[in-house]
Write a protein that binds this ligand. Structure first.
Ligand code: PRP
Ligand code: URA
Length: 223
C-alpha cells in the first residue's frame, strides 16, 4: 500500500444539517466532474458513480432487523434493512442522472419525480410536475439533485413532498452553496443534506463558484 498524501478530512461545516462526504473516491470523481474539459459521456458516468457512493454514506444509519437465513450448510442469523421502503425523488432534469447509480445499490427502491426549473431572471423555482408513490408516510425519501445553489428548488421539492405526507426526507446533492444550505436549513431543519462539497459562493446569476457549471446542460449535452 502506498503512503502518499490522503484526502484531507472535510472541515466541520457551520451547518447542523450538512454532511460533506470526504471519501477519497468521491473527491477524485468530483474533481473530474468539475473539469470543464470533461465530455458529456464521462460527465454522466461520473454523476452516476458519485450518486452511488454518496448513497452508500447517506444510508449508513438505516435501521436493521435480525432475520434467519439458511446457507447451503446451516441456518444462521443475518441482518436486513428494516421495513421502511426507500423512494428516490430526482428533481428534473439533472437529478435524473443520480437515479440509476443508487438503484444499483437499492434495486427495490421506488422512484418519484418532481419537475422544477429556476426562472432565469428571478432564480425562483417553477414547479411543473409531481408524481410520487402512494403510502408516503411509510417511506424514506431521498431527494436527488446535483446542485444546491440558492436552495429554491430543493426547498420547493421538500415542501411538496411534505404536503403529500412524507415524513422522513434526506437531500443528496454533489455541490452545495452556503446560501442554499442555509435556506434549506431554515425551511426544513429536519432534512439532512449530503454533499460531496460545500463551495464558496454564488455568482450574480445564481451559479455556484467554483461549482461545475450547469449540471443539466452538461448531463444532457444541451448547450
Ligand atoms: C438546476 C439544478 C437544480 C437547481 C438549483 O436546475 O439541477 O435543480 O438548478 O438551483 P437553486 O438551488 O438555485 O434552485 P435548473 O433550474 O437549471 O433546471 P434543469 O435541470 O431543468 O435545467
Ligand atoms: N444550477 C446548476 O446547474 N449549476 C449551478 O451552479 C447552479 C444552479
Amino acid at each position: 500500500m502506498s503512503t502518499g498524501p490522503t484526502a484531507p478530512a472535510p472541515a466541520p461545516t457551520p451547518f447542523a444539517t450538512l454532511n460533506v462526504i470526504g471519501h477519497p473516491l468521491i473527491q477524485h470523481k468530483l474533481t473530474m466532474l468539475r473539469d470543464a474539459g470533461t465530455p458529456t459521456k464521462i460527465f454522466k458516468e461520473l454523476v452516476d458513480e458519485l450518486a452511488m457512493l454518496m448513497a452508500y454514506e447517506a444510508t449508513k444509519d438505516l435501521a436493521l432487523q435480525q432475520v434467519r437465513v439458511r446457507t447451503p450448510l446451516e441456518e444462521t442469523n443475518g441482518m436486513k434493512v428494516r421495513g421502511k421502503k426507500l423512494t428516490l425523488v430526482p428533481i428534473l432534469r439533472a437529478g435524473l442522472g443520480m437515479v440509476e447509480g443508487i438503484l444499483r445499490l437499492v434495486p427495490s427502491a421506488r422512484v418519484g419525480h418532481i419537475g422544477i426549473y429556476r426562472d432565469h431572471s428571478t432564480l425562483e423555482p417553477v414547479d411543473y410536475y409531481f408524481k410520487i408513490p402512494r403510502d408516503t408516510e411509510e417511506r424514506d425519501f431521498f431527494v436527488l439533485d446535483p446542485m444546491l445553489a440558492t436552495g429554491g428548488s430543493a426547498v420547493a421539492a421538500v415542501t411538496s413532498l411534505k404536503r403529500s405526507g412524507a415524513q422522513r426526507i434526506r437531500f443528496l446533492c454533489l455541490v452545495a452553496a452556503p446560501d442554499g444550505v442555509q435556506r434549506m436549513e431554515r425551511a426544513h431543519p429536519d432534512v439532512q443534506i449530503y454533499a460531496a462539497a460545500l463551495d464558496r459562493q454564488l455568482n450574480d446569476h445564481g451559479y455556484i463558484l467554483p461549482g461545475l457549471g450547469d449540471a443539466g446542460d452538461r448531463l444532457f449535452g444541451t448547450r
